[in-house]
Ligand binder design. Sequence first.
Ligand code: 4NP
Length: 161
Amino acid sequence: MQDKKILFVCLGNICRSPAAEAITKKYLTDENLQDKIFVDSAGTAGYHIGQTADPRMIKHASARGYTLDHIARKFSAAKDFPEFDYIITMDNQNFEDIKSLDHINKFSNKIFKMADFCRNIKIEEVPDPYYEGAAGFENVLDILEDGCKGIIEKLKNNALN
Ligand code: 4NP
């Protein structure tokens, strides 16, 4: 497996993308691959910069064994496009927002949708759970577990490109 850097992106960087980060880190650690793949997350919006993850997501994720310790930050086109190999967006708006920051399509081969890595759950995008109840957070975690497993399988086969 090649050394790579993954950045997960959602809107606020307090629910979906820090959960994807924590799930991927746990799966990598379980396979002793944590030193091969650097994982981070960011938001397209800056509403929650400097904050820990949403307490609802922390609660639902920790019940499944994931530790959310990320501090929210905003996506930086200047730094993140060159630094990361895979920029994996949660919903279609996040995807379009990141694409629109790549003015001359220099980094378009790095920009992905999480839904495309899901192998069991067939969805178009990872829905925003912010205004949802407990079931919304559980649904997001089900989707992210499926997608993060798909990402790691592709990385192990050097087939993520
Ligand atoms: P996230 O969820 O994009 O998965 O972190 C949201 C967090 C905050 C808001 C919306 C979605 N908000 O409107 O503040």
